[in-house]
Design a protein around this ligand. Structure first.
Ligand code: C5P
Length: 233
């Protein structure tokens, strides 16, 4: 009687840390679909399929996608599973600004969405999964038993993201750059033709601007228990 939990929302709202913690608390598998879109983007960059002016060699990418394997693996015992691209760990590289600034146009390509959506649906077949992204409750698992839509004030989101970049040793990126990137990604994500970012009608909205980590965990945990109780009636 395990369920699918879909967590969607804007960039850098704290989706992945909330989803990861919920999964750990309830013994479910966590899948970060943003990492998968970032993985395709890193692949396209490495293959020289994104030109200097940002245009994408779509035919080239489409042809090479079948040779791309994205998996989540643990790099050691007790470690969280992270993204591997064709057998090599890319957990650090997919968080770079180079990837962040190209990922939304790549994610807007219908054949890329089709490719990753199928992989995500296969991962969720077992149930007992917490998946976060932009279209999980609307396109990947429209029948997910629990759907959460996260929002947060853009400035607060940018500040959090910058702190993460600084912690990883990035000293050059500015708050403005981060904010611009978040707003650009949100714009492209909400306006694309296929599976745009939007709130599913049956999603619970959560504004994460002023919640502590503990409050976030509690909210999701309560929501999860409430969904289970409701399903039992
Ligand atoms: O979640 P994260 O910020 O890592 O996602 C990076 C980008 O991947 C998003 O800005 C969006 O363009 C794309 N994405 C998507 N659909 C998903 C997850 C991510 O289009 N389910």
């Amino acid at each position: 009687d395990k369920i699918v939990v879909a967590i969607d929302g804007y960039s850098s709202c704290g989706k992945s840390s909330m989803a990861r913690t919920l999964a750990r608390n309830i013994g479910y598998i966590y899948v970060d679909t943003g990492a998968m879109y970032r993985g395709v983007t890193l692949f396209a960059l490495r293959e020289g399929l994104i030109h200097g002016d940002g245009t994408i060699d779509e035919a080239g990418l489409r042809a090479r996608l079948s040779g791309l394997s994205l998996t989540f693996q643990r790099s050691g015992e007790g470690e969280e599973p992270v993204l591997y691209l064709n057998g090599a760990c890319v957990a650090e590289e997919i968080r770079s600004m180079a990837v962040a600034s190209q990922v939304s146009p790549i994610a807007a390509l219908p054949f890329v969405r089709d490719f990753l959506t199928k992989e995500q649906q296969a991962m969720g077949q077992e149930k007992g999964i917490v998946m976060d992204g932009r279209d999980i409750g609307t396109a990947v698992f429209p029948k997910a038993e629990m759907k959460v839509f996260l929002t947060a004030d853009p400035k607060i989101r940018a500040e959090r993201r910058l702190k993460e970049l600084r912690a990883k040793g990035d000293e050059v990126t500015t708050l403005e750059e981060v904010l611009t990137n978040l707003e650009e990604r949100d714009y492209i994500d909400t306006h694309r033709a296929v599976a745009p970012l939007k709130q599913a009608p049956d999603a619970v909205v959560l504004d994460n601007s002023f919640l502590s980590i503990r409050e976030q965990d509690l909210m999701l945990r309560f929501a999860f228990e409430a969904v289970l109780a409701h399903l039992r009636t």
